[in-house]
Design a protein around this ligand. Structure first.
Ligand code: URA
Length: 270
């Protein structure tokens, strides 16, 4: 019988594919594999002459001695030093300690009108968001757009009174759309909080459990929704995640009630 080499053995190929799917590598993003560790090493050392090397201005890879607490401290300091959206985006893109950046295609920063009175903070990008580099563009984003259109708001409006601005707690897609871990949320929280401080919305909408956890230190959107909270003096409303509404339309009436709360609050604040 012909001997197969291991890379041709269908059983080995099946096991490798299963391993990829289990670890969240469930989508091809190019025809050839890319060794990102080699890429990073290459851009960090720019050879000038055989003897002379300079370290290029790129973020160093995570230093192994930096523990999670230190990584969160660094995120806090870096976020505090950002005063514009451009600075924030640059710092986030260069932040090396959240491993999600290594497996995502794009940093998903924001969409919509930065002057909008209403700012939404979702959880984390999915496959379509990762591909386009924009938050909430997949099926749950389309439902979110329809919900806000019902109260006359849109990410495409430029008039701040009719516009929305959207971002997420986590800017990189977690592999296989798994939930972000506690430490990933802790590392990226200073950035999303600074994002809100820079935008200074009149109303903050925390979309889903992780967003509620970041801004209210409480999760359980089912219990929290339907009530106004405050985050640094900004009125905050927890909202069901549209992905949850798509799974079970039973809570659509509650979601509609919450949309009307946003509409009323905007009128009160006008
Ligand atoms: N879900 C989110 O929370 N954010 C997105 O951008 C997409 C889906």
């Amino acid at each position: 019988m012909m001997q197969l080499n291991p890379s041709q053995d269908p059983e080995v190929i099946r096991m490798l594919l299963e391993l990829c799917i289990e670890t969240g590598a469930d989508e091809p993003i190019g025809d050839k594999p890319i060794n990102r560790f080699k890429q990073l090493a290459d851009i960090q050392k720019v050879e000038l002459t055989p003897k002379e090397t300079v370290v290029a201005e790129v973020t160093p890879p995570p230093n192994e001695s930096v523990g999670n607490d230190k990584a969160v401290d660094i995120a806090t300091r870096q976020a505090e030093n950002c005063h514009t959206l451009a600075q924030l985006k640059t710092k986030m893109a260069a932040y090396p300690y959240c491993a999600l950046r290594e497996v995502a295609r794009n940093l998903v920063f924001s969409d919509g009108e930065p002057g909008a009175h209403v700012m939404l903070v979702g959880e984390a990008p999915g496959a379509e968001e990762d591909e386009q580099g924009k938050p909430f563009v997949g099926s749950s984003g389309q439902l979110l757009d329809r919900m806000f259109a019902e109260i006359g708001l849109s990410r495409n409006h430029q008039d701040p009174t009719q516009a929305i601005y959207i971002t997420n707690v986590i800017p990189w897609r977690p592999p296989g759309n798994r939930n972000p871990s506690k430490i990933e949320i802790a590392m990226m929280s200073p950035f999303v909080k600074r994002h809100v401080e820079i935008i200074k919305p009149k109303i903050l909408v925390a979309v889903g459990n992780f967003s509620c956890a970041v801004f209210l230190s409480k999760s359980g959107v089912t219990r929290l929704r339907g009530k106004w909270f405050e985050w640094r003096e900004i009125p905050l409303l927890p909202l069901f995640h549209p992905a949850y509404l798509l799974r079970g339309p039973g809570r659509k009436a509650d979601a509609w009630h919450d949309m009307l709360m946003i509409q009323r609050k905007l009128r009160d604040l006008a």
